[in-house]
Each structure stands twice: as C-alpha cells, then as structure tokens.
Design a protein around this ligand. Structure first.
Ligand code: ZN
Ligand code: ZN
Length: 354
C-alpha cells in the first residue's frame, strides 16, 4: 500500500518549511560524514532510546492503575495485594462539610473513639468528561478535579497482561535480504502525539523526509491506537476535526502498526535517522533503530555551556540557521523534520572533506 500523504487545506503547513539553506548532496562522502555523527549506544540510552524490547521489570513500569490510570512507580512495590483491615471498598469523596460531620452521640452514650481509616491513595472518576461543559458526568465537577471516588490502593495491570505487552512491543528495523529501492541512506523524522485516556502519548501524525533530497516520503495523520483524551492541539497542531476528516476520506494511516510499516518501507538497519528528541518519535512508533543522529545530543557536543535560549528545536534552528519555525498554532512535524535536518547539516558542514 502506498504511503498516504496529507492533503488538508485547513492546516497552515507550507509545502517545504523551512527554507532550504543547506545543500548536502547525496554522495558517499556525505553519507560517511553522517555516519560519523551517529550517536553511540550509550548516548542513546542516556537520552531514553529503547535499545531492546522491554523485560518483565520494565514492562511492569508501563502498567497503570485500572481505575486512576496512574503509572506504576519505579522502586515501589505494588499495593494491589494490600488488603484493607476494615474491608472497606471504594468510597465517594464527600463534596461538602455537612457530609463529613459524624452524627452527634446521644446523651449518656460513650463517645466512640475514632480509628483513623487508612488514607486513600487512589482517586478516580467513574464517569466521563462531558464535551460541552468540561465537567465529569459522575460528580459534575470540573474536568481538572481530583477523582470523586477514593480507595486505599491502586489496582495495577499485570505486566503479563497480553494487551499491555502487545501495546509495548517494540520492533527492530527489519533486515531485508536485499536493499529495497525505497530504502534511503538517511531520513529525518518527526511525529506529533496526542494523549490517550490512560495518559500514554499516542502517535497521531508521522512525517519522514529524505535527508539529502528533502523529498517528503511520508506525511500522514495516524488514527490513534488508543482512545484519546486530548489531541494536544496547542502542541500537535492537530484537531479532532482534522482526524475525523482524514478518516472520512481514508487519508490517514489506520493505527500505529500501519504507521510503523509505512516508515519501514524507507528504512533499512543502515539508514541514518535524523531527529530532535527522536526517542519520543521512535517510541511512539515502537521502533528500535541503531543509526540515529539526535540533534538534542549533538547540541551537547558544544561542551558543558548552556545553549542560550535552551535546546528546543525552535531555538536551535533560529540560532544556527536564522530560520523561524513553530510560529503558528502547534508544531508541524514536516517543519520540525526539516528543522532537525538543518541542524545536522550544520555539523556535516563542519566536518572537513578528506
Ligand atoms: Zn467524578
Ligand atoms: Zn489508582
């Protein structure tokens, strides 16, 4: 299936942002220069790249409470098995002080000694946020309000849960028996993410450009693999309406797995992947790839001094190339992929020819 291109006139994306300042022709010498810039395994690990599929312990840290969606914390034991001595189940949190006041003892009766109940640690709502009023249907409190039901312990998914394991299965870039014509020597990648109901980041747009030609190889919305609580439009630039429109005309990739397959069409294990903070992008795709140039890591090569204005892609592209990006509502993964390419080109230009 050919990769789907985005064609959404409502987006502010221009065809080839930002301006093409650098020109690195596709030559063996330039590919070798890129290879010199690839980050080491240690650097990628420090930056949060996934190097191997998750073991049981790492998988357990992906599990979340089935009620409040809190992620299991590292170095803490699950509280699932902890039984309440009082045997009390979930309780609704009182909304007013009237509800919290115990009844007064009758005259002549001993005053009961209050045994403090264990402080509940799991707070959750059982309803959903109503789209128009942004209040919870269960308690009619604001969407940002702490859960109206409380209980003494979280109920984490098992790390052996098949759905959890399927969700967090990573895939190495496949080795084909022969190089495919579609494989590229180097690409730049960027993705946009929404937030799932359980709090996980979910892929909603993927963009790939050829590093040398800047050809747009793939630029598509991705139907999220989990139900979203937010499209993070202020960051992603994508609205629910954008997605509905893309789904209606079939102009999107249907799920993370389809997006990964579309990316793999252009990648061999040798392909150099350029990205800014690419651990998030590759993780959203559940891809393990070895040859990576992460511009966040490259920026650290300047030494211990802080980068004036910070290491955001927007600031770095402005500082090194004088190009303004991310000026509209949200990011644009095409613009950001181009921006990461520009940053790497600065380093390529610094490497002397043989
Ligand atoms: Zn509620
Ligand atoms: Zn919980």
């Amino acid at each position: 299936m050919p990769p789907k291109r985005r064609n959404n006139p409502r987006r502010r994306s221009s065809a080839r942002p930002p301006t093409r300042v650098c020109e690195d022709p596709f030559t063996p010498a330039n590919v070798e220069k890129l290879r010199l810039l690839c980050n080491s395994e240690k650097e990628r690990k420090q930056e949060g790249y996934i190097l191997n599929n998750l073991d049981d312990r790492e998988m357990s840290y992906k599990s979340r409470c089935t009620a409040c969606h809190r992620r299991r914390q590292k170095n803490r034991r699950s509280t699932k098995k902890k039984k309440s001595k009082s045997g009390s189940g979930p309780t609704r949190i009182p909304l007013s002080t009237e509800e919290t006041s115990p009844p007064a003892p009758e005259a002549g009766q001993p005053v009961p000694v209050a045994v403090p109940a264990p402080a509940p640690i799991c707070h959750y709502h059982v309803g959903k946020v109503l789209p128009n009023t942004k209040v919870w249907s269960c308690c009619h409190q604001d969407a940002s309000t702490k859960g109206c039901i409380a209980r003494e312990a979280h109920d984490y998914e098992s790390q052996h849960d098949p759905a959890l394991r399927a969700n967090w299965q990573y895939h190495r870039t496949p080795l084909s028996s022969a190089p495919l014509p579609s494989h590229r020597a180097a690409i730049a990648i960027d993705a946009e993410m929404g937030t799932a109901v359980n709090g996980d980041l979910e892929l909603i747009r993927i963009t790939l450009i050829d590093f040398f030609t800047t050809d747009i190889l793939l630029d598509s919305l991705v139907l999220p693999s989990a139900k979203l609580q937010s499209y993070n439009t202020v960051y992603s630039g994508i609205t629910a309406e954008d997605m509905e429109q893309a789904i209606a005309v079939g102009n999107c990739l249907f799920g993370r797995d389809a997006a990964r397959e579309a990316v793999f069409e252009f990648l061999s294990p040798e392909t150099i992947v350029v990205a800014h903070g690419g651990n998030c992008d590759l993780s959203a795709l559940r891809i393990i790839h070895e040859n990576v140039i992460d511009t966040l890591i490259l920026e650290g090569y300047h030494g211990a001094k802080k980068t004036l204005g910070g290491r955001t892609l927007k600031n770095l592209v402005k500082l090194s190339r004088g190009i303004e990006i991310q000026c509209g509502v949200g990011h644009d993964s095409l613009e950001d992929a181009m921006g990461a390419r520009e940053l790497v080109s600065v380093f390529v230009d610094m490497i002397p020819d043989e």
